[in-house]
Write a protein that binds this ligand. Structure first.
Ligand code: UP5
Ligand code: MG
Length: 204
């Protein structure tokens, strides 16, 4: 994928920071295709003849990061499929396109590999939220989500992995001047307003 025609935006922030929620809004507002690495892994886990199902389930429950080869392959496949289905939409003509890569890259090796072998990202949206708020959001969601990692033990582990592995990725892109940091403790509309402001210059 050529970063001169295809806009890739990484969406990062802690578990429950609101990444998926804001991506859903951006899809409506700007005709993005939203690819959540976590959702793609959960779908692969549930695919009946996946050779990775059990492995993915264990990583997700423990809040640890699935080996990047698996995740990058799923993302690449989904991107290729989207280019095909989006043909004809104005923002997607002549090989152009807009992707939100949500919850990825969560680790430095993934970041370098994806930038180099799939597509360079234009921007990282970084949703900044305190742990207390994220914990209460996830426990609330856990009542109905069916996600195997929406329980206190898994959430605590996800926070540790986020701090140790994903924060350095955000700092790396910050040094390159490619991060828009957005406080995501306020309500969804307020966060979206700031998100739209941050992203608009990259779509012109
Ligand atoms: N909510 C959202 N915004 C709100 C707001 N402004 N005010 C009040 N409430 C708000 O939101 C979470 C909840 O909060 C929802 O109920 C929402 O309504 C409410 P959501 O938008 O879902 O937050 P999000 O940041 O997307 O949280 P999520 O739990 O999805 O984040 P994670 O990063 O933990 O999960 P992900 O699916 O990305 O990854 C899960 C696991 O997959 C990882 O732990 C890892 O094991 C594995 N994984 C990999 O191995 N590799 C990868 O590359 C990616 C994932
Ligand atoms: Mg999510």
């Amino acid at each position: 994928f050529d970063h001169k025609s295809v806009v890739v935006v990484y969406v990062l922030g802690g578990p429950g920071a609101g990444k998926g929620t804001q991506c859903t809004r951006l899809v409506k507002g700007f005709d993005f295709v939203h690819l959540s690495a976590g959702d793609l892994l959960r779908a692969e886990q549930n695919r009946s003849n996946s050779e990775y199902g059990e492995m993915i389930r264990t990583y997700i429950r423990e809040g640890t990061i699935v080996p990047m080869e698996v995740t990058i392959k799923l993302l690449e496949n989904a991107m290729t499929a989207a280019l095909e289905t989006k043909k004809g939409s104005p923002a997607w003509s002549n090989g152009s396109g807009r992707f939100l890569i949500d919850g990825f890259p969560r680790k430095m090796d993934q970041a370098l590999k994806f930038d180099e072998s799939v597509c360079l990202a234009s921007l990282t949206l970084y949703y900044d939220c305190d742990e207390e708020t994220m914990l209460s959001r996830l426990l609330e969601r856990g009542k109905t989500s069916g996600r195997e990692d929406d329980n206190v033990e898994s959430i605590k582990k996800r926070f540790v992995v986020y701090k140790e592995q994903t924060k350095p990725v955000i700092e790396y892109y910050e040094k390159l001047g490619k991060v828009a940091k957005i406080d995501s403790t306020s309500d969804v509309d307020e966060v979206y307003k700031k998100t739209a402001e941050a992203i608009t210059p990259f779509l012109e």
